[in-house]
Design a protein around this ligand. Structure first.
Ligand code: NAD
Length: 303
């Protein structure tokens, strides 16, 4: 079996690395946080490494799941980064880091003979836990084919997007842009309805069999808003980062995104108002504050 490396053991990476270990791979793991490494001490086939360069000594295929493009670039290109280690076979970036970072990292690693795949995922923490993520992959087709068995431990819906570095990242940020728009538009519509005296569950029941249905009406509102748990598992800071990456790419390409500018500003406000670690479903709270109502299943809906 290919020797693997995994860098970034957060909400998503922890489960992905755990699944690779539980499926018999030996995995060299690394995270900037001490506590993220602790659970891996229990696996005899896990080795804890201290720098990305050290991981290159231990692994042929190195996967990363990191919070943003700056961190991904540091891990790949910085001091003690992947480029300062031994040339290895394949680099797979499972994070959402945008096409520009994917292109810059691929340019540096490809020069050293490393095949680079950008392979962002969708499906959240529950998908990572169960291995049911969707994975969109771009880069050399031979590297994709060779690493498919590893990717299939992480996800069960894998799409080959194209040969150019960053193509899968472009698809992923477009997807998250749509998801962000749907969340904000659904928050507005739900607050409007509740303010007018409608029952929020009835609203969702109707939307979900009508033309207004989307990922917020189908998943986020039923799972995390009506019950007021706000525990969907995706941080507001990450949503802001994804929409900002999408808008940055629109600028680079000269594509116009009218709605996108507002959505980006709105998530910036959310991040500042509720904190970067707040759950992304908490955006509804801002609309609730302005309208003085709560979108909740119980009948305590007036603020
Ligand atoms: P997270 O913040 O929980 O995890 C990131 C991990 O990277 C943390 O454990 C952190 O300590 C580690 N890290 C930071 N800097 C590091 C460094 N220099 N070296 C080594 N480790 C470092 O984030 P997450 O929710 O696991 O998301 C990871 C990526 O996956 C992000 O790009 C995110 O946008 C994307 N994503 C997340 C979800 C989700 O639902 N959470 C879904 C799809 C995609």
């Amino acid at each position: 079996m290919t020797k693997l490396g995994f860098i970034g053991l957060g909400n998503m990476g922890f489960h992905m690395a755990r699944r690779l270990l539980e499926n018999g791979h030996s995995v060299a793991v690394l995270d900037a946080r001490e506590e993220a490494l602790k659970p891996f001490q229990a696996y005899p086939n896990a080795v804890i490494a201290s720098t990305p360069a050290e991981i290159t000594q231990l692994a042929d295929t190195i996967l990363v799941s990191l919070p943003n493009p700056q961190v991904a670039k540091n891990v790949a290109l910085g001091e003690y980064g992947l480029t300062s280690g031994r040339p290895f076979q394949t680099y797979i970036d499972l994070s959402t880091t945008g096409p520009e970072a994917a292109q810059q990292i691929a340019a540096a690693l490809t020069e050293r003979g490393v095949a680079c795949l950008d392979a962002p995922v969708s499906g959240g923490v529950p998908g990572a836990e169960k291995g049911t993520l969707s994975i969109m992959v771009a880069g050399p087709k031979e590297a994709y084919d060779a690493n498919l068995p590893v990717l299939e431990i992480i996800g069960n819906k894998t799409f080959y997007v194209g040969p150019e570095a960053g193509q899968a990242q472009t698809l992923k940020i477009s997807n998250n842009y749509l998801s962000a728009v749907a969340l904000i538009a659904t928050s507005e519509a739900m607050v409007l309805g509740v303010k007018a005296g409608l029952d929020p569950q009835t609203m969702l029941d109707v939307f979900n069999v009508s033309s207004g249905r989307n990922s917020a009406t189908l998943d986020k509102f039923p799972a995390a808003v009506l019950n007021r748990n706000f525990d969907y598992g995706f941080k507001s800071g990450l949503m802001y980062k994804d929409v900002a990456l999408c808008m940055h790419e629109a600028d680079r390409l000269g594509a116009t995104m009218w709605i996108g500018s507002n959505v980006k500003e709105f998530f910036k406000l959310t991040k500042e108002h509720l904190g970067a670690d707040s759950d992304t479903t908490e955006v509804v709270r801002l609309f609730e504050e302005w309208a003085k109502v709560r979108v909740e299943a119980s009948e305590e809906r007036l603020i």
